[in-house]
Design a protein around this ligand. Structure first.
Ligand code: SF4
Ligand code: SF4
Length: 107
C-alpha cells in the first residue's frame, strides 16, 4: 500500500535567502513557551544576558549566519526558539521584517 502522506517539498524555503525576521529587533527572538530542557540546549554564548531570549548584536540574532536578503542560515535551527518556528513566510511578522529591510513581500 502506498504512503498517503504528501512527499516532502524539495523547494528551498524563501527564508534561506532572507533572514529579515532574524535581524529586526532584539526583542524578536525572545523565549516564550519553551521548556527548561529546550532552553538548556541553546549554547549559553547565544543567549541574552538577562536570559529573556537570544543574544542580539543591535537587531541581529547571534545565531544567524550569512547575508540578509542573499543567503542565510540559523546555526541552531533544530533547537531555535518557538517564536522563530511560528514565523512563516508571508505572514504579518514576515511582512513587517521584510518591509523594514526593503525586501519585497512574499505572496
Ligand atoms: S519568515 Fe519571512 S522574514 Fe523570516 S526569514 Fe522567512 S521569509 Fe524572511
Ligand atoms: S534563533 Fe535562528 S531562527 Fe531564531 S532569530 Fe536567531 S537565527 Fe533566526
Amino acid at each position: 500500500m502506498s504512503d498517503p502522506r504528501p512527499a516532502p517539498s524539495t523547494e528551498p524555503s524563501p527564508c534561506q535567502a532572507c533572514g529579515a525576521c532574524c535581524d529586526y529587533a532584539p526583542s524578536w527572538p525572545r523565549f516564550s513557551t519553551e521548556s527548561d530542557e529546550d532552553l538548556a540546549r541553546i549554547p549559553a554564548k547565544l543567549v541574552a544576558k538577562d536570559q529573556s531570549g537570544m543574544r542580539c548584536f543591535e537587531n541581529r540574532c547571534a545565531a544567524l549566519d550569512g547575508v540578509i536578503g542573499a543567503r542565510v542560515a540559523c546555526t541552531i535551527y533544530d533547537i531555535r526558539p518557538d517564536v522563530c518556528r511560528a514565523c512563516q513566510p508571508g505572514d504579518e511578522a514576515c511582512r513587517i521584517a521584510r518591509d523594514w529591510h526593503g525586501l519585497p513581500r512574499l505572496a
